[in-house]
Design a binder for this molecule. Structure first.
Ligand SMILES: Cc1ncc(COP(=O)(O)O)c(C=O)c1O
Length: 441
């Protein structure tokens, strides 16, 4: 790619970074190079023509690869048809997307609200559960992430919730099912889900008798790619049902193929009462959905349920959502996630055998976590080494993300687009191998 084709202005990259420092609000430590100018599939190019492999699928959205031709077609078509409408008017693409989701989902998940972001899909899910049950207490999992809006942050149990005063009253956390570092010091399966027993004992002690819902990610991604052990979700759902709570699955990152099933809850052998989809549905365009049953919809509508946003049921993102689902099926990306995920995981396990800095490799499909430790027995977190490795990989042309911005800097999230080729996986793994040798030299 020629640099001349990648530049929007005559400014140098250093000049643009200086402008970023002057005018962009710092939501992260610093804005640094590269400045990305183009994306295609699993490849990014900076404005100086350097190529990078993207093992983060953008912000976990680009599951079908960056700038997929079918998405470009949907965007072009929307430009010719209709991009945006007042939220009370609907278009054909919106109806077809709701129908397509209903076709893909099992009973009773047949009623969809089309939204823009994951935070919104969490807000709607919590509101539905509260209005349906007539209660208001909510339960989440320690280390969970559900978005930065008010209700979502109340059930987000990561350090980033600090600094804003109290969130919603009646929001409780149960321990994370973090088997590599079990908070109870136990081992699965001998533990018999003790983290759930302890969690719900504390919930029952604190509750004022108004438990409405429990929300969970199938794999706690932002909290460090924590994959709950087999059988965890049926046990969790049973405890919710015993207390009259609805179970909400937040599949922002896991929905639509990434784990090797269309929806992760299928692998866990449960069906949630409410499903939140976002990131992967728009594959890079803001699109989210909260899906529930006819029964829940019936009750909350009768009780005057209200939710509205400027981009609710907008035609352009709906057209993109339809394109994403079409590509997922046509290119069998669910099967690809399974096969390529197994391949990438085996490569990472092979690296672990040679590099003691890798304490754990976990996850499934193409949502994999690598935890770095100074010593594999004591599992001392290797935060400085993990950050140095991340930077070294970037310099070598591989984009990887630490799973969390603050507090948990020792776990990488490896989640390339499902369209990545085996040759690209090999290239990425070779870069990680080299970077590990250099950082530990
Ligand atoms: C599981 C989960 N839920 C919700 C969100 C929030 O999504 P958004 O950033 O689109 O509001 C995220 C984003 O990372 C997420 O990973």
């Amino acid at each position: 790619m020629e640099p001349e084709d990648l530049k929007l202005s005559t400014a140098t990259t250093e000049e643009l970074l200086a402008l970023a420092r002057e005018h962009l609000f710092r939501y992260q430590e610093a804005f640094t190079a590269p400045l990305i100018a183009r994306a295609q599939g699993a490849t990014l190019w900076d404005r100086d023509g350097r190529e990078y492999l993207d093992f983060s699928s953008g912000q976990m959205c680009a599951t079908i690869g960056h700038n997929h031709p079918r998405i470009l077609e949907a965007l072009r078509q929307s430009g010719e048809r209709v991009i945006h409408l007042n939220s009370h008017l609907i278009s054909e693409e919106v109806v077809l997307l709701a129908k397509k989701l209903a076709d893909l989902l099992p009973e009773p998940l047949k009623k969809t609200l089309l939204l823009s972001t994951g935070g919104e899909s969490t807000e709607v899910a919590l509101k539905l559960a509260k209005m349906y049950t007539g209660k208001w207490e909510v339960v989440g999992i320690a280390r969970a992430y559900h978005g930065h809006t008010g209700g979502a942050m109340a059930v987000t149990f990561l350090p980033r919730r600090a600094g804003f005063g109290p969130w919603q009253a009646g929001a409780y956390a149960i321990p994370a099912p973090y088997c590599y570092r079990c908070p109870l010091g136990l081992t699965f399966p001998q533990c018999q889900y003790a983290c759930l027993d302890v969690g719900f004992e504390l919930i029952d002690a604190q509750s004022v008798g108004a438990l409405a819902a429990c929300i969970a990610e199938p794999i706690l991604s932002g909290g460090g790619i924590i994959e709950p052990p087999p059988g965890y979700f049926p046990e969790l759902k049973r405890r919710c049902q015993e207390r009259g709570m609805l179970f909400i699955s937040d599949e922002a990152q896991t929905g639509l193929g990434r784990l090797g099933a269309m929806f992760a809850f299928e692998q866990d052998g449960i069906v949630p009462d409410i499903l939140a989809l976002s990131k992967t549905l728009g594959a890079g365009v803001p699109l989210a959905a909260t899906v529930t049953s006819r029964a829940v919809e019936e009750v909350v509508v009768a009780r005057g349920f209200g939710f509205l946003s400027s981009h609710m049921s907008d035609p352009l993102p709906a057209a993109v959502g339809l394109a994403v689902l079409e590509v997922l099926e046509k290119e069998d990306l669910v099967g690809a996630a399974r096969a390529k995920g197994e391949y990438l995981k085996s490569q990472l396990l092979e690296l672990q055998a040679r590099h003691p800095l890798i304490g754990d490799v976990r996850g499934r499909g193409l949502l994999l976590g690598v935890e770095f430790v100074r010593d594999p027995v004591r599992k001392t977190p290797a935060e400085a080494e993990a950050l140095a490795l991340t930077q070294r990989c970037l310099e070598k042309g591989l984009v990887v993300q630490v799973a969390s911005h603050r507090g948990v800097h020792t776990v990488w999230r490896l989640a390339p687009p499902l369209t990545i080729t085996y040759e690209e996986i090999d290239r990425g793994v070779a870069i990680i191998d080299e970077a590990l040798s250099e950082v530990m030299a």
